[in-house]
Design a protein around this ligand. Structure first.
Ligand code: 13P
Length: 217
């Protein structure tokens, strides 16, 4: 994809996550791989004002170019895209139910089979670390091992994808699962599906290319 097209897609993804209520205000941020550089949203700029030229370009060493300052979370965007060659896009948001679970430092366990769309038997919650720090990036990277999504303690969630559309679709799925889990828990702790069953689910998803591959409507 051409760089300008990618920048436009990033702005559109940011606006979309606020329009559908997945995020609010200037919270959240987005990045995408662009050749051997990383494009990342600028810090603290309202999404309805953001233009493609406001997106900041970063090289492999974390040096920036552009008129704007990069997102305060550029470290985890840089570290995820440098360490995960299976991923081309990273989306972070403060979706309400995912953040509510993260405030209790709870993983999303295998209470529902769709948890497997994030790549495993649970969606881990990374321990809390101050926003914008290397400690938060390290914590997130660990929680994302073998996964395409995680919660961030007392903060929000991160979703990864081969494309930005996939990352957004997965973030919507994570938020939906967190909402379901919170509702299910009101009737008592829901039972979990066994490791064996989750293994079957993951095989089935792989065979059918099932899961978060479509664009969110
Ligand atoms: P930025 O505006 O710096 O991207 O910060 C938003 C945020 O969600 C921090 O975690």
């Amino acid at each position: 994809m051409e760089e300008l097209e990618l920048r436009r897609e990033m702005v559109a993804a940011c606006r979309r996550m606020n329009d559908i209520g997945l995020n609010q205000g200037t919270s959240g941020n987005v990045s995408a791989r662009c050749g051997d550089r990383i494009l990342v949203t600028p810090t603290s700029l309202p999404y309805d004002e953001m233009q493609p030229e406001d997106i900041v370009a970063m090289d492999a060493d974390g040096h920036f170019e552009g008129q704007r300052k990069p997102s305060s979370e550029w470290r985890f965007h840089h570290d995820i895209l440098s360490n995960r060659r299976d991923v081309n896009a990273v989306l972070h948001c403060h979706s309400t139910h995912a953040a509510a679970m993260a405030c209790h430092q709870l993983d999303i366990n295998s209470f529902h089979y769709m948890v497997a769309v994030a790549g495993g038997t649970n969606i881990r919650c990374a321990p809390y670390a101050t926003f914008g720090t290397q400690a938060l990036s390290d914590s997130a990277l660990k929680a994302l091992e073998g996964r395409k999504a995680c919660l961030l303690g007392q903060h929000g969630q991160i979703a990864l994808g081969s494309t930005l559309k996939q990352a957004l679709a997965l973030a919507i799925e994570v938020e939906t699962l967190a909402k379901m889990y919170i509702i299910a828990r009101q009737m008592g702790e829901p039972p979990v599906l066994s490791e064996e069953e989750m293994g079957r689910v993951m095989n089935q998803m792989n065979q059918m290319h099932y899961g978060v591959t479509r664009s969110p409507s």
